[in-house]
Design a protein around this ligand. Structure first.
Ligand code: CO
Length: 209
């Protein structure tokens, strides 16, 4: 018995629809992928990379984890960045966070969550770096929203400091690193106005208001 039959039915329907609008779509993609973008986002089911920017398969190389963290000890994420930059030669790396992020909220709360607390420590570090600025806001919602934004910015900086990105810039490869945030409440993406194309543009931990 095929379980989750509905999903397979939907898949057939989707593939037929794509083929109807472009009969060679899958043939072309089966020969090679040539994405211009690497997306580093949250695993949250409400933030599917391609769908929220209305782009088809083949356009975005994607890495997602809880709270879109880029840790220098994470071989998985680093391997994705290496493959995207060196082999696929993407021109843009987008770190995209989102408001109402469960990972960010869990890091914010002083509760025990088990194994995941080790991962969330990366966000607790962001919170500690920016404690004064976060504490200056009046409501918990505003504080957590700001932590979501600052987490994106810190992860952008982490991407920029990887040996992979540093090497790409050294050999004059065209590569920009961006920080964006998405609202699950209205489906709108916001640019956090951080776009780094050169090692000299990497900010320290002080960001403009
Ligand atoms: Co999230």
């Amino acid at each position: 018995m095929r379980v989750l039959k509905k999903i397979f039915d939907q898949n057939r329907e989707w593939a037929e629809k794509v083929k109807a609008s472009d009969p060679d779509f899958f043939l072309k993609l089966s020969e090679q992928q040539n994405p211009e973008y690497l997306w580093i986002g949250c695993s949250d089911s409400r933030v599917p990379a391609n769908q929220i920017v209305g782009m088809l398969p083949g356009t975005i190389f994607v890495h997602r984890n809880i709270a879109n963290v880029v840790a220098h000890t994470d071989l998985n994420c680093l391997s994705v960045i290496q493959f995207a930059v060196e082999i696929l030669q993407v021109k843009h790396i987008i770190v995209c966070g989102h408001y109402d992020c469960g990972g960010v909220r869990a890091a914010w709360e002083n509760k025990e969550h088990g194994l995941i607390d080790n991962w969330l420590q990366n966000i607790k570090d962001v919170q500690r770096f920016h404690k004064a600025r976060i504490d200056s806001l009046p409501s918990e919602k505003e504080k957590i929203d700001l932590l979501c934004e600052l987490n994106v910015m810190e992860q952008v900086v982490n991407v920029c400091h990887t040996t992979i990105v540093q090497t790409a810039w050294k050999i004059k490869q065209e590569l920009a690193v961006h920080g964006w945030i998405y609202s699950v409440q209205n489906g709108i993406l916001k640019d956090l106005n951080i776009c780094i194309t050169d090692p000299d543009e990497i900010p320290d931990t002080q960001y403009p208001e």
